[in-house]
Ligand binder design. Structure first.
Ligand SMILES: [Zn+2]
Length: 627
C-alpha cells in the first residue's frame, strides 16, 4: 500500500465510524501526501464523506458551516449585533443531511459531503422511522437536519455487537455508509430538522420551525431569546441537562430570527454573520511558560507574546501564544516558569486559560520603554503603544505589511528580506514605501544568501505588484479605517482620488457599510496623515488608474476546474454580481466557483472555510439578483 492508499484507508475507516489512527497521525500523513501530490483523490476529497458507492449529487441549497465560539463573552458580542432576537437550539452531534420533497413526497436525501456535492443516501434515509416520507400537504421543500443515534440505542447495540463503538456520531456515520438499506433498518437512527427552504418562506425562523412541525418534521426544542439574561439562562439550562439528554450535543446554535435581518447581515467569506455555534468546550493541553517576548507592531502597539514549551493541541504544535496586554497577564497571574493550561478557541487561535502551578517567579510586568527604539511607552486604552513614528519596528512593520501576501503581494520580498535590507542599508535607503520601488536591489548580489536569481525574483515581483488595482494599493498603505473592504467600498462609491480626498465625514457615511465612527477614522487618516501624501506619490509613480470597475458589492471569486462553458462567460457572471475574479484562494477570497476536476484550490478553500459554489449555484444567485 502506498501512502495515498494508506490515507484513503484511514479516511474510509473514519467515515465507517472506526478510526484507526489519531487525528495527529492522520494530519501528518495528509500533509505529506498533499505536499507530494496535491491533486490526488485522497487530498481533494478531504472533509467530505463521499465514497464511490453512492451517486454524487450537487447541492441546490446552501450547506455553509457556522462560525464557532467557546466563551459566553464572544456569544454576547454576537447577540448584541442582532436586533430582532435570536433562536437558540441544541447543536446535535450527528451527520448533516439535506432532504428534498416534491409535492410533499420525499424523493432525495443527500449528505453534506464537501459542501458542494454530497452522496445520495435516499434509500438509507427512507428506513429511518422519524423521517416523514409524506408531508401533511403537497409542498416542494428542502430541509436541513441532523441524523443521529440516540444514546440508548448505542448502549443496546454495543451490548449485542462484537465491535464496541466509541460514540453515537461514529456509529451514525458508519451506518449511513451501508450500501444495503436493509442493514440500516434495524438501527434506531433518528433526525432533528432545523432549516427549511421553500417558496414563500415566512418572515421569521420561528415561523419556519412551526411550519416544519406542521408538515410532520421532528423539530427539536428551540427558544426565542431577546435578552442577555435569557441567553445565559438558555446556556445554563443545556449545560445542566446535557448529560441527561438521549442524544449527544456538542454545543448550542444561535440564529437571527428575522429573515430580513439575516439578509442584511449577510456572510463573511467563511460563514453567515447571522448565526453562530457556541461550543461547549475547547480542546485543551498542558504546557510550561518559558518566556515572554514583547513585540512592537506597525501601528506602534506593543504586544506581549508567550513562548511556551512546544505542545500538541488539536492536531498542531503550539509554541507561541499572544497575551494581548498587561491586564490580561494580570488576570491570569502569569509568571515565567508557570505550568499552564492552553486551549484553542474557535479552532484557530490558541490561548492560555489558567495557571495550573506557579513556577516561583513574580508576575510579568510590561516594559515602560519601547523594546525597539527605547522611547517611553504610552498607555492607550488597555494597550501599550510606542508613539515614535520613526521607531524601527514600526517602519519595518509597515514595509512588511505593504509587501505582504494580502496587500501588494510582492514576490521575493518576504519579511526576512525586508528586515535584512533595512538593517544593512539603513532607514534612509529603505524607510518608506517608495524605497521599496526605488531601491537598487542589485546591491544585494553577493550578500550572504543573495544571488542573481533571488534578486531578479524580487525585481520581477515588484513589476508584477505595480499593476495592483487602486483599491488594493490604498489598502496596502495601512491607513486606519482603510482595510480591504472599506478601500473597495470607497473606490466603488467615488469618482476619482480627488473626490475621496475632498469627501467629508457625511460623504463617507453615505456609503452602505460605513458607519459614523469609521467615517471619522477614514477622514482623519486622509486629512492628517503623511501616509496619504505617500499614497498620492505612489499612485503617480506606479501609474495606477482609479478603477471604478473594481466593485465591492459582490466580493471576490476564484474560479477553478473545468466547465461546460467558457471561463470568460463565468467571469461575466461574476461581473454581473459586482464581484471581482481573483487568481488564487486566500483568506480574503469570498467564494470559490468549482467545476469538474478541481484540485488543490478546492482543498484550500475547504480548509479556510470559504464557501464553494457550483456554476448552477452562481447562476441562481445571478438570477435572484436580476429579479
Ligand atoms: Zn519604538
Amino acid at each position: 500500500m502506498n501512502k495515498e492508499e494508506l490515507l484513503i484507508s484511514y479516511q474510509r475507516a473514519y467515515y465507517f465510524g472506526t478510526p484507526v489512527v489519531t487525528d495527529l497521525e492522520y494530519d501528518r500523513l495528509y500533509n505529506e501526501v498533499e505536499a507530494s501530490n496535491p491533486n490526488c483523490v485522497a487530498v481533494t476529497k478531504v472533509g467530505g464523506d463521499s465514497t464511490n458507492s453512492f451517486e454524487k449529487v450537487e447541492h441546490t441549497v446552501p450547506m455553509l458551516s457556522l462560525d464557532k465560539v467557546y466563551t459566553t463573552e464572544e456569544l454576547l458580542k454576537f447577540h448584541t449585533k442582532i436586533k430582532y432576537g435570536v433562536i437558540g437550539e441544541p447543536k446535535i452531534d450527528g451527520i448533516s443531511i439535506i432532504i428534498y420533497y416534491k409535492e410533499g413526497i420525499l424523493y432525495k436525501a443527500v449528505t453534506r459531503g464537501n459542501g458542494l456535492t454530497g452522496d445520495d443516501v435516499t434509500n438509507n434515509v427512507l428506513t429511518i422511522e422519524d423521517v416523514p416520507k409524506i408531508l401533511s400537504r403537497p409542498i416542494d421543500i428542502a430541509v436541513r437536519g441532523e441524523i443521529y443515534l440516540p444514546k440508548s440505542e448505542l448502549t443496546r447495540i454495543n451490548k449485542i455487537s462484537e465491535v464496541k463503538y466509541a460514540n453515537c456520531r461514529n456509529l451514525t456515520a458508519g451506518v449511513m455508509r451501508h450500501k444495503h438499506a436493509s442493514k440500516v433498518k434495524g438501527i434506531g437512527l433518528s433526525i432533528f430538522v432545523y432549516e427549511g427552504y421553500y417558496k414563500d418562506n415566512p418572515g421569521t425562523h420561528e415561523e419556519t420551525l412551526f411550519e416544519l412541525t406542521k408538515l410532520n418534521f421532528k423539530v427539536n426544542y428551540f427558544q426565542c431569546i431577546h435578552s442577555e439574561t435569557s441567553l445565559s439562562a438558555f446556556i445554563n439550562k443545556f449545560t445542566q441537562i446535557r448529560d441527561s439528554l438521549d442524544y449527544d450535543i456538542d454545543g448550542l446554535v444561535f440564529k437571527a430570527n428575522n429573515i430580513n435581518e439575516r439578509d442584511t447581515l449577510g456572510f463573511t467569506s467563511h460563514h453567515p454573520k447571522w448565526a453562530l455555534a457556541y461550543k461547549f468546550e475547547a480542546p485543551q493541553a498542558v504546557s510550561v511558560l518559558e518566556s515572554i517576548d514583547v513585540q512592537v507592531g506597525r501601528t506602534g502597539r506593543i504586544t506581549p507574546v508567550a513562548r511556551i514549551k512546544p505542545t500538541e493541541l488539536a492536531g498542531s504544535v503550539i509554541s507561541n501564544i499572544t497575551l494581548h496586554n498587561q491586564d490580561y497577564i494580570n488576570m491570569l497571574g502569569l509568571a515565567i516558569g508557570d505550568t499552564i493550561s492552553i486551549s484553542k478557541h474557535g479552532d484557530v487561535i490558541p490561548a492560555i486559560d489558567e495557571v495550573l502551578e506557579n513556577g516561583g517567579n513574580t508576575t510579568f510586568v510590561m516594559p515602560t520603554i519601547c523594546p525597539s527604539c527605547g522611547m517611553k511607552t504610552v498607555k492607550i486604552g488597555a494597550h501599550l503603544f510606542c508613539t515614535n513614528k520613526e521607531c524601527d519596528a514600526q517602519v519595518v512593520g509597515n514595509l512588511m505589511f505593504f509587501a505582504g501576501k494580502n496587500q501588494m503581494d510582492i514576490d521575493g520580498l518576504g519579511e526576512s528580506t525586508i528586515q535584512f535590507i533595512y538593517d544593512t542599508f539603513g532607514n534612509n535607503a529603505y524607510g518608506t514605501v517608495f524605497d521599496i520601488y526605488d531601491f537598487d536591489y542589485n546591491k544585494l548580489i553577493h550578500r550572504t544568501g543573495f544571488g542573481g536569481r533571488k534578486v531578479r525574483n524580487i525585481q520581477q515581483g515588484l513589476i508584477k505588484s505595480s499593476v495592483q488595482p487602486f483599491s488594493k494599493l490604498l489598502a496596502s498603505m495601512g491607513l486606519e479605517g482603510l482595510g480591504h473592504k472599506n478601500s473597495k467600498l470607497i473606490t466603488n462609491h467615488f469618482n476619482g482620488v480627488e473626490e475621496i480626498q475632498n469627501a467629508t465625514r457625511e460623504d463617507f457615511m453615505q456609503i452602505d457599510g460605513i458607519g459614523r465612527l469609521t467615517a471619522k477614522t477614514i477622514c482623519d487618516s486622509i486629512k492628517y496623515n503623511t501616509t496619504w501624501e505617500h499614497f498620492l506619490i505612489l499612485l503617480r509613480t506606479l501609474d495606477t488608474n482609479y478603477d471604478k470597475s473594481i466593485k465591492s458589492t459582490g466580493g471576490s471569486f476564484c474560479i477553478t476546474g473545468t466547465f461546460e462553458i467558457k471561463r470568460k462567460e463565468i467571469e461575466e457572471r461574476v461581473d454581473k454580481l459586482g464581484g471581482i475574479v481573483v487568481s488564487s484562494v486566500s483568506k480574503t477570497t469570498d467564494y470559490l466557483i468549482c467545476g469538474k476536476n478541481s484540485g488543490s484550490k478546492q482543498a484550500k478553500a475547504e480548509k479556510l472555510g470559504i464557501p464553494i459554489l457550483s456554476l448552477k449555484e452562481l447562476d441562481n444567485i445571478v438570477t435572484q439578483q436580476e429579479t
